[in-house]
Design a protein. Structure first.
Length: 287
C-alpha cells in the first residue's frame, strides 16, 4: 500500500456513509482503503468523494488544510489487512453484516479495532461473528460525516479498554467529539430519530399536513435543523426502512415498523437524495 499502517484506515461499504466517512478521513490527511462489492459503486464513490472533499474544504471542515490522504478502492476485503482500524459501513442487514464482520475479523491481525457504523443492530449481536469481540465497538457517524462534529460511540458488553482507547484516539485524529453510550437496539440517536421520522411520514399519509409543512414546523418551532423528512431523504429511505424494521424486531415494539408511505417510496426506488427523489425532488444525482 506504500503507507504506514497508522496512517491508513479501511472503510468497508462505499454507499452514503462509506463515502462521507472516507471524505472525512482523506480531508484530515488519513489514507483510506475503501471496499465495496460493486466496481460501478466504487467508480461513482470516487467521483462523489472528490466532490465531498471540495465541499468539506470549502466549509472549513479540515482545520490546517492538511494534504488530503490517498484513496485506494478495491473489491477485495483482503486489502484491509494493513489498516490501523476497519470501519464497516455496509447495508443495514444483520446477517450480511455478520458474514462481512467474520471475514474482516479473520483478515486483520489482533490489536486492530473493528468499528461498525450500524444504525442500531446491537454490538453484542455482531460481536458473535468476530474472532475477538473485545476489539469491536460501534461508532455511529452521521451523514455527512465530514461536517457533523459529533459521533455516538457504542461500547458493547464485551468491548475492551484497549479497543475503546484506540477507537477514541482515531476519532480524535478525525476531529470528532464523542459521547459513549451502552449497547441497546437503536442506541440513543436511532431509537429517538427513526421513530420520529416514521411518525412524520404517518402524519403526511393521514393528510394532517404536507411534507413541507411538517418540516417547516419541526424546524421553526422545535429547532430541528432540516425537519425530519428532509433528514430522511439525506439518510436514504431504504436504509431508514431497514433500520426501523430491525428496531421493531429487536425491541418488540411494532409501532417502529416502517409505515406504508415509506415502504411505497422504497418500492418505487425513490430513496431520497441518493436517487434524486424521496420526500422531495433533487434532480439527477450520482448513484
Ligand atoms: N445513511 C445514513 O445517514 C446512516 C447514518 C448512520 C449510520 N448508517 C448506517 O451505515 C451503514 C451503511 O449505510 P448507507 O446509508 O451507507 O447504506 P448504502 O445502501 O448507501 O450503502 C451500503 C453499501 O454497502 C455495500 N455492500 C453491501 N454488501 C457488501 C459487502 N459484502 N462488502 C462490501 N460492501 C458491501 C453496497 O454495495 C453499498 O454500496 C448501515 O449500517 C446504516 O444503517 C447510515
Amino acid at each position: 500500500m506504500g503507507h504506514t499502517p497508522s496512517d491508513t484506515i479501511a472503510v468497508v461499504g462505499a454507499g452514503v456513509m462509506g463515502r462521507s466517512i472516507t471524505a472525512l478521513a482523506l480531508g484530515r490527511g488519513v489514507h483510506v482503503v475503501l471496499v465495496d462489492v460493486s466496481e460501478e459503486v466504487l467508480g461513482n464513490a470516487r467521483a462523489e468523494i472528490a466532490q465531498q472533499l471540495r465541499h468539506g474544504q470549502f466549509m472549513g471542515a479540515f482545520p490546517g488544510s492538511p494534504a488530503p490522504g490517498t484513496l485506494t478502492t478495491t473489491q477485495s476485503t483482503s486489502e484491509v489487512a494493513d489498516a490501523a482500524v476497519v470501519i464497516e459501513a455496509i447495508t443495514e442487514d444483520a446477517s450480511l453484516k455478520a458474514r462481512v464482520m467474520a471475514d474482516i475479523s479473520s483478515t486483520v491481525p489482533a490489536g486492530v479495532p473493528l468499528i461498525t457504523n450500524t444504525s442500531g443492530i446491537p454490538i453484542a449481536e455482531l460481536a458473535k461473528s468476530v474472532q475477538r469481540p473485545a476489539e469491536l465497538a460501534g461508532v455511529h457517524f452521521m451523514n455527512p460525516a465530514y461536517l457533523i462534529e459529533m459521533v455516538e460511540v457504542i461500547r458493547g458488553p464485551q468491548t475492551g479498554d484497549d479497543a475503546m482507547a484506540a477507537i477514541l484516539s482515531v476519532l480524535e485524529r478525525l476531529g470528532k467529539k464523542t459521547v459513549v453510550v451502552r449497547d441497546a437496539p437503536g442506541f440513543v440517536t436511532s431509537r429517538l430519530l427513526h421513530p420520529m421520522i416514521n411518525e412524520a411520514a404517518r402524519v403526511v399519509a393521514e393528510g394532517t399536513a404536507s411534507v413541507e409543512a411538517v418540516d417547516r414546523l419541526m424546524h421553526g418551532c422545535l429547532g430541528h435543523p432540516t425537519g425530519p423528512l428532509r433528514t430522511a431523504d439525506l439518510i436514504g429511505l431504504d436504509n431508514l426502512a431497514d433500520a426501523l424494521r430491525l428496531l421493531a424486531e429487536r425491541t418488540g415494539n411494532l409501532t417502529f415498523e416502517p409505515c406504508e408511505l415509506l415502504m411505497e417510496k422504497v418500492r418505487r426506488g425513490d430513496l431520497g437524495r441518493k436517487t434524486g427523489r424521496g420526500f422531495y425532488d433533487y434532480g439527477k444525482v450520482l448513484s
